[in-house]
Design a protein around this ligand. Structure first.
Ligand SMILES: Nc1ncnc2c1ncn2[C@@H]1O[C@H](COP(=O)(O)OP(=O)(O)OP(=O)(O)O)[C@@H](O)[C@H]1O
Ligand SMILES: [Mg+2]
Length: 270
């Protein structure tokens, strides 16, 4: 698959992210092995795969935090670079700054990007309300539960207004109930303001429920063993989906692919 070369207007299927034959080595460890992946604008794509298969490494390359060694990456037509305002990154641990209040934490990313104070406060206030933190604007992180801190981080990530959002197990450390709530919340925010999302998770149910596509990687060296289109209707409600027959079928299919990937040796594609 060749990388799309078109300019910004290369048609309705224009890729927001195009990864072409990416290989990443750390010393003699091959972390990512010949990965090609194209993600359309506004698409929600999850990446699943065993621990150590290179998922975080791929995100780090997309942010420009890890330099490109072998292959090509284009992100909205540009080579990834640290500090690119087109990209917002959210991690499993909220990374809220303990000396800032909820509001000030939600503003932080915008502050770094030089967005003016009035816009910062307005956007952060709106998003904090959307994520259910109205009334907690002046609290410190230590006064919030872990779920509330992740809500704040979600508000901060959306407030950046970046067209591409990279999320590395953002709900990984949450209890099952809070996780379902935040998944629905993320889908709600995403459908209101379509961003391109690359979402990493170990939770296949989460991947299937949220995504347009689930990309399955093999054990290290990480290769893509399947790219499954999730044809569930939208809008989706993650909690309701848990009992949906079609959802369960798709989930079982992705499981099979993951298991194939666990046993995969070099060469297994699709
Ligand atoms: N900065 C680094 N220096 C050396 N090795 C690294 C570095 N970053 C990642 N690796 C190695 O690359 C491989 C892939 O790591 P990565 O963090 O991308 O995996 P992952 O799929 O995100 O795993 P997990 O699901 O556990 O988060 C691992 O073997 C890891 O040890
Ligand atoms: Mg990781």
């Amino acid at each position: 698959m060749g990388g799309p070369m078109g300019g910004p207007m290369s048609g309705p299927m224009s890729a927001a992210i195009s990864i072409d034959r990416l290989t990443v080595r750390f010393g003699d460890v091959v972390a990512v092995d010949d990965v090609s992946l194209s993600i359309g604008e506004g698409e929600f794509v999850s990446i699943v795969g065993p621990s150590g298969c290179g998922k975080t490494t791929i995100l780090n390359l997309l942010t420009g935090l890890v330099p490109l060694q072998d292959g090509r990456i284009s992100l909205l037509g540009k080579t990834p670079a640290a500090g690119n305002p087109d990209v917002a990154y959210m991690l499993a641990r909220d990374c809220l700054l303990p000396w800032r209040t909820t509001l000030s934490n939600a503003c932080y990313g915008m502050e770094v990007r030089g967005i003016d104070e009035a816009t910062r406060t307005r956007r952060a206030g709106e998003l904090l309300a959307r994520v259910g933190l109205k009334g907690f604007e002046d609290k410190w992180p230590k006064q919030l539960s872990h779920g509330m801190r992740q809500r704040c981080a979600l508000a901060r990530t959306f407030a950046l207004d970046s067209p591409v959002m990279l999320m590395d197990e953002p709900f990984g450390a949450l209890d099952a109930q809070t996780k379902l709530q935040l998944e629905d919340l993320l889908l709600e925010l995403w459908s209101a303001q379509k961003r391109t999302v690359v979402f990493i998770t170990h939770d296949l149910a989460e991947a299937v429920a949220m995504s347009d596509r689930v990309v399955v990687m093999s054990a290290r060296p990480g290769r893509i063993v399947a790219d499954v289109k999730i044809d569930l209707e939208r809008p989706r409600h993650v909690r309701a989906l848990q009992k949906d027959r079609h959802f369960l079928d798709v989930y079982a299919h992705v499981w099979e692919k993951l298991e194939e990937g666990l046993g995969a040796t070099a060469g297994a594609i699709t």
